[in-house]
Design a protein around this ligand. Structure first.
Ligand SMILES: NC(=O)C1=CN([C@@H]2O[C@H](COP(=O)(O)OP(=O)(O)OC[C@H]3O[C@@H](n4cnc5c(N)ncnc54)[C@H](OP(=O)(O)O)[C@@H]3O)[C@@H](O)[C@H]2O)C=CC1
Ligand SMILES: O=C([O-])CC(=O)C(=O)O
Length: 437
């Protein structure tokens, strides 16, 4: 006897028996079947167990058409009362976290870190709101099933949906990872346009339904310009709340400096990534420190710093793809965790972290109206300030000017998506993501 256990939102099973019998995907002949259903209803969910006496073929998972409305998933539809149990009474108020591209590789690492409590802490219950698409909906159900099976105490709600206006309702964090990868022969301008449209729509949805203080971390590439598009489409949310993820680049730079200096990477601090998350990014060794000393005093091979170090960091993503055929997913998820923690935990005295942030009012003379990676500090309240005490030399300024020029060109290319007129694409020839070589 085979037993198929299906867990799905109730509305998909209004006519459960008919659906199961008529579904071509089940590949079962109804004349040879006797089905017994055990159904347990919770207000928004139905769990169906069917026992099948004669089976002619394996029973694949039921596929549903995604609904426009975001739905609670499976066991997470159960109601709960945190105040009712001794061990959860002291917990903080539940926070809503949305993740787009939730069925993708990076999310597959990130979601489990979020649910485990390692990001927001052991007394912070969370609700995960997963945004997918028609294309990925079934995979999203699979992800949600794995979250169910992990029995994380802090994970109190999971919902899945394909409509950002539903998924982003009341969210305090938006981790925007979903983006179309650049395929063979695709122009960067095409990538900017396709992904820009995704981020314009998501910006509008955030503007309409998210918490007014939502913190947004854009990961999907090209992440700086996607973040710019997103914030321009969300005028009611402070532009300061939008970040483009350059923390992976910072972590990569720290690792390379540690390797060269022969120290463990916890001895490396004050590393800034300036500019774009692309191969023009500038890993700053002038202001970085090893064991509290300027890097240039510890690593005397300045030619290596200027030439090899910079290029290694810029192209690290591409080398990794060449080695194992897919892009950095685990280390990106780790760096998203680092980026969140940098905003909710006070920055250690004297140190800073890198994030792609809005340039308006910046102290360094970088063109306004860009999302540009700069050194930031936080008091741990979700907000940040740009660090004042950095020094520049000709080498650093030249490199910063190049990455700034690239971001200005990207910005002109998406003017139609930021409300700034007609797009004009004159991207520099060598504009590439870190994963492209
Ligand atoms: N900033 C950084 O440091 C880094 C950024 N990245 C970027 O993060 C993004 C996600 O990476 P990863 O999780 O590995 O990628 P995956 O390909 O595994 O997942 C990406 C998700 O994007 C969604 N997507 C949106 N539009 C499209 C489309 N038109 N075609 C195909 N998929 C689409 C898909 O979900 P759905 O169908 O549900 O929309 C898919 O699940 C990429 O843009 C990558 O370049 C990667 C590493 C580092
Ligand atoms: O180019 C990519 O998609 C991957 C990427 O951003 C990186 O590894 O830094």
């Amino acid at each position: 006897m085979a037993v198929a256990e299906l867990t799905s939102p109730a509305s998909a099973y209004t006519h459960t028996t008919t659906r199961l019998r008529s579904s071509s995907q089940l590949s079962l002949s109804s004349t040879h079947l006797s089905l017994r259903f055990r159904r347990s209803f919770s207000p928004r969910n139905t769990t169906i167990t069917c026992s099948i006496n004669q089976v002619q073929a394996p029973v694949p998972v039921q596929t549903q058409k995604p609904k426009d409305k975001s739905e609670c998933f499976g066991v997470f539809c159960q109601t709960y009362d945190l105040r009712a149990e001794e061990e959860t009474k002291s917990w903080k108020k539940l926070i809503n976290i949305a993740v787009s591209g939730a069925a993708g590789m990076i999310s597959n690492h990130l979601l489990f870190k979020l649910a485990s409590g390692e990001v927001f802490g052991p007394d912070q219950p969370i609700a995960l709101k997963l945004l997918g698409s028609e294309r990925s909906f079934q995979a999203l159900e699979g992800v949600a099933m794995e979250l169910e099976d992990s029995l994380y105490p802090l994970l109190r709600e999971v919902s899945i949906g394909i409509n950002p206006y539903e998924v982003f309702e009341d969210i305090e964090w938006a981790l925007l990872i979903g983006a179309k990868p650049r395929g063979p022969g695709m122009e960067r301008a095409g990538l900017l346009d396709i992904n820009g449209q995704i981020y314009a729509e998501q910006g509008k949805a955030l503007n309409a339904v998210a918490s007014r203080n939502v913190k947004v971390i854009v990961v999907g590439n090209p992440c700086n310009t996607n973040a710019l598009i997103c914030l321009k489409n969300a005028p009611n949310i402070p532009a300061k709340n939008f970040h483009a993820l350059t923390r992976l680049d910072e972590n990569r730079a720290k690792c390379q400096l540690a390797l060269k200096a022969g120290v463990f990477y916890d001895k490396v601090s004050n590393v800034t990534i300036w500019g774009n998350h692309s191969t023009t990014q500038v890993p700053d060794f002038l202001n970085a420190r090893i064991n509290g000393l300027p890097v240039k005093e510890v690593i005397k091979d300045h030619k290596w710093l200027e030439e090899e170090f910079t290029e290694i960091v810029q192209k690290r993503g591409g080398v990794l793809i060449q080695k194992w055929g897919r892009s950095s997913a685990a280390s990106t998820a780790v760096s998203i965790v680092d980026a969140i923690k940098s905003l909710i935990i006070p920055t250690p005295e004297g140190d800073w972290f890198s994030s792609g942030v809005y340039t308006n009012g910046n102290l360094y003379g970088i063109a306004e109206g860009l999302v540009f990676s700069m050194p930031c500090r936080s008091k741990g309240d979700g907000d940040y300030e740009i660090v004042k005490d950095v020094i520049f030399d000709d080498y650093l300024l030249k490199k910063i000017t190049k990455t700034e020029g690239e971001l200005l060109a990207e910005k002109r290319c998406v003017a139609h998506l930021t409300g700034e007129g007609i797009a004009f694409c004159d991207l520099p020839e060598d504009t590439m993501l870190p994963g492209e070589m």
